[in-house]
Every structure is written in structure tokens, then in C-alpha cells.
Ligand binder design. Structure first.
Ligand code: CTP
Ligand code: MG
Length: 401
């Protein structure tokens, strides 16, 4: 199921000289767990269904080797392998020229970041589809100061600072305009977002992954190796969680289930939008991660959550899990409702949950049942939902526990 409008073209800049890496070969070809570094980034973008074309920007003297790699790894979405320019910006600009006209959203992901997950690639693309520009970003955890001549000159407000990663994604017209303007004015930046910022166009921050490190110096390779190999050769830990929620019907309220508004004369009573489906899913996820329940994280009565969009809270739960090294692998939900008839809304609910959890639609299952007139639910006094969720380790994340 496509969660994105339009088609995505990906550019993988891999033409750097790797000066800080000080290797005998271009950094993109350095072996990592037996495969060239660039192959990981290429496979991560390849695995995203919505990506229809991939352009690899390689070192001018190693284009044949790059083409061989693409062929032997069967990366059949690669439409062009082109030579890079003097800096990363010039390399991306060349990639952009080679991108098929059909791609209206452009995703850029560096060869130097092998531990990215397809889920993050998809999330950044989805954010850019609506915002026009988006980048993966991780909040700064350390205190950052300015210094000069060996003395501290000031301390920056960490709350406003992010480490910027790739993937980044943009509407094609926006990125093309940004590169043209930078070339015209002779501006050089170290990422693509800065070129878009210079146009005055907003750039959305998307929660990146702590494990999405950039291989810059030789020591980084060992860390990437460890992150990629986590769990190899041993049983993968899996967690299962259970969630339940029920709300009464009330007049004058919207009926929102699984993030989808359903036309019905009554909605559900509750502090937030009373989306029992999303609440059951959140409780299942939190339970699986050993993180208590939604009441602890988003207390009812807290003005911050009055009328809250539960899908937004689900995104917060996803990020909480990611910070602890977990991702949702699968969710199954049963909705107990005598009325309305929910079958027509199931695909939309499935898509909205899958979108927030960064899952394929097939990994989110929803079904509705009536109570055959039995009990309070059978008398149409309200709606209840039950969910189970399975968590898997986030391949490239660092656990903060
Ligand atoms: N890159 C590129 N063309 C360039 C410079 C960089 O395509 N002229 C790519 C790199 O291959 C890398 C990404 O941009 O995937 C980020 O660059 P960086 O990590 O700095 O790699 P290098 O430029 O190769 O390393 P160094 O700066 O140490 O030389
Ligand atoms: Mg560089």
C-alpha cells in the first residue's frame, strides 16, 4: 500500500574522497561485513516500495566498479550511475540532473550512512510529501558550548539543537530551485536542507535514529559493524503486548476510530479524541516495551491532551520505543461495536496506523465484531477495542536503557 502521493526518486551521493577516512580505496567501497559500504544505503532506499528510481553518484574514476556493484547486487531500480562533483553539493546537483522526469519527490541519502532503516527513509519521504522538505534529525544530548582560543565564550540552548542526518527529502521543484539558487550565488553547504532553508522554505524535522551514524573516520566502521550485526547468530528478542480500551457513546462528539473520522450521530466520550482503537494499540506497544500504560505518559485531565489527536500520541509512543531500541513489527486489533458498521473504514484505519508506526499495511491487521446484542456494548452504550502488538529490535538503534 502506498502511503505517499506521487513517485519518489532517490539520489545516493557516494562520490566523496573519504579524506578523513584515509583509506586506500574510495570510502564508498570500503568493505563492511563483507559488502561495500555504499551497498547498505542503496539497499535501504531500494526496499522502500514508493521509490521508483535510484541515481548513484560515484567517484569519476570508479564508475565501472559502481555499475558492477549495482548489477551484482541486483539493484534494479538504479536508473543511472553518474560521476560526482567537487563537493557533496555538486554531486547531488549532478544526481538531480540524471533523475527521471517521473520522480516528483526527491530523496537524498548518503552512502556514508549504512545503518539507516527503510522505515526512516519512508518517514522522511512522507513528511516531505506534505511539508515540501524534511530531514532526519536527532536532538542533541550533550551540552554544547562555543569556544575561542581555549576559553568558553558561551553555552548554547541544547533544546533548540539537532544533529542532522540523511535521509532528507524534498519536492523536486523545491530542491531544483534551491540548487539553482545556491549555484547562482556561489553558496556551499554540507547538506541539501540548508539550500532549501536559504529560499525561506520550511524544513520539517523528522525523528532520526541514534544508530544512523555517518562513517567518517576509520573508527566509525567498527561501530557500524556492531550496529548492523546486533542480534546476528542469536535468537532475536521479540516482545508482545496487550492493550484494551472502552469508551461510552456521547452526543455532540466526533467518532474517531483508528485515526479515521466516521460519520455517525454520536461520538465517544473522553479527554482526548477518545479513539479507542489507537488507545488500545498504544497500550499494547507500551506494554510490550515494559513502559506502563498511556495514562502514565499522557494523563487524562492534563490540558495538554484535551481533545488530543490520538494518532499524534501514537507517534510519541513510537519515538519512545525507538529511543529504547524497539520498533513495532506487527499489530492486530479487534474492535467491539454493535454499530456503526466498520468494515468500509478498515483499510483507511489500517493505513493511518501503518503510516504512524512506519509499517507496511500488511503488518497492521484490524477487524470489527458485534456483540450479538449482549451486554453494554451489545446495547450500543459504547465501543471497545483490544490490541496485541509485537515489537522487534530496531536494527540500527542504540538502546538508551
Ligand atoms: N560526497 C559526494 N561527492 C563529494 C563529496 C561527498 O558524493 N564530492 C558524498 C560522500 O560519498 C558521502 C556523503 O557525500 O556519502 C557525505 O560526505 P562525507 O561523509 O564527508 O564523505 P567524504 O566527502 O567522502 O569524506 P571526507 O569529507 O572525509 O573527504
Ligand atoms: Mg566530505
Amino acid at each position: 500500500m502506498s502511503l505517499l502521493p506521487g513517485t519518489v526518486g532517490a539520489i545516493v551521493p557516494a562520490a566523496g574522497r573519504g579524506e578523513r577516512f584515509r583509506g586506500a580505496m574510495p570510502k564508498s567501497f570500503v568493505p563492511l561485513r563483507g559488502r561495500p559500504l555504499v551497498q547498505y544505503a542503496l539497499e535501504a532506499v531500494h526496499h522502500v516500495d514508493e521509490v521508483v528510481a535510484v541515481v548513484v553518484v560515484g567517484p569519476a574514476h570508479a564508475l565501472d566498479a559502481m555499475r558492477e556493484l549495482v548489477a551484482s547486487a541486483r539493484l534494479d531500480k538504479v536508473t543511472a550511475v553518474v560521476a560526482g562533483g567537487a563537493d557533496r553539493q555538486a554531486s547531488v546537483a549532478r544526481g538531480l540532473e540524471a533523475l527521471p522526469a517521473s520522480a516528483d519527490l526527491v530523496l537524498v541519502h548518503d552512502a556514508a550512512r549504512p545503518c539507516v532503516t527503510p522505515g526512516l527513509v519512508r518517514a522522511v519521504a512522507a513528511a516531505a510529501a506534505t511539508a515540501g522538505a524534511a530531514t532526519a534529525a536527532v536532538p542533541i544530548e550533550e551540552t554544547i558550548k562555543r569556544g575561542e582560543d581555549g576559553w568558553v565564550t558561551s553555552t548554547l540552548d541544547r533544546a533548540q539543537l539537532y544533529r542532522i542526518q540523511t535521509p532528507q527529502a524534498f519536492h523536486r521543484t523545491v530542491l531544483e530551485r534551491a540548487h539553482r539558487e545556491a549555484a547562482r550565488s556561489g553558496f556551499h553547504g554540507t547538506d541539501d536542507a540548508v539550500l532549501v532553508e536559504r529560499l525561506g522554505h520550511p524544513v520539517r524535522l523528522v525523528a532520526g535514529e541514534a544508530g544512523n551514524l555517518k562513517v567518517t573516520v576509520p573508527e566509525d566502521l567498527a561501530v557500524a559493524e556492531a550496529l548492523l550485526g546486533r542480534g546476528d547468530g542469536q535468537a532475536q528478542p521479540v516482545r508482545v503486548g496487550l492493550g484494551f480500551d472502552a469508551h461510552r457513546f456521547a452526543g455532540g462528539r466526533r467518532l474517531v476510530l483508528g485515526g479515521v473520522e466516521i460519520p455517525w450521530p454520536r461520538g465517544l466520550e473522553g479527554w482526548s479524541d477518545a479513539d479507542v482503537v489507537v488507545h488500545a494499540v498504544m497500550d499494547a506497544l507500551l506494554g510490550a516495551a515494559g513502559l506502563g500504560d498511556i495514562g502514565q505518559h499522557f494523563p487524562p485531565g492534563d490540558p495538554a491532551y484535551a481533545g488530543a489527536d490520538s494518532l499524534h500520541l501514537l507517534g510519541r509512543v513510537r519515538d519512545l520505543l525507538a529511543a529504547r531500541g524497539w520498533r513495532a513489527a506487527h499489530v492486530d486489533v479487534v474492535i467491539m461495536a454493535e454499530a456503526p458498521r466498520l468494515a468500509p473504514y478498515v483499510p483507511a484505519m489500517q493505513a493511518s496506523l501503518a503510516g504512524v508506526l512506519r509499517l507496511d499495511g500488511a503488518a497492521v491487521n484490524l477487524k470489527a465484531t458485534t456483540l450479538e446484542g449482549m451486554g453494554a456494548l451489545g446495547r450500543e452504550e459504547g465501543i471497545a477495542a483490544q490490541a496485541v502488538a509485537t515489537l522487534a529490535p530496531l536494527p540500527a538503534a542504540r538502546r538508551s536503557e
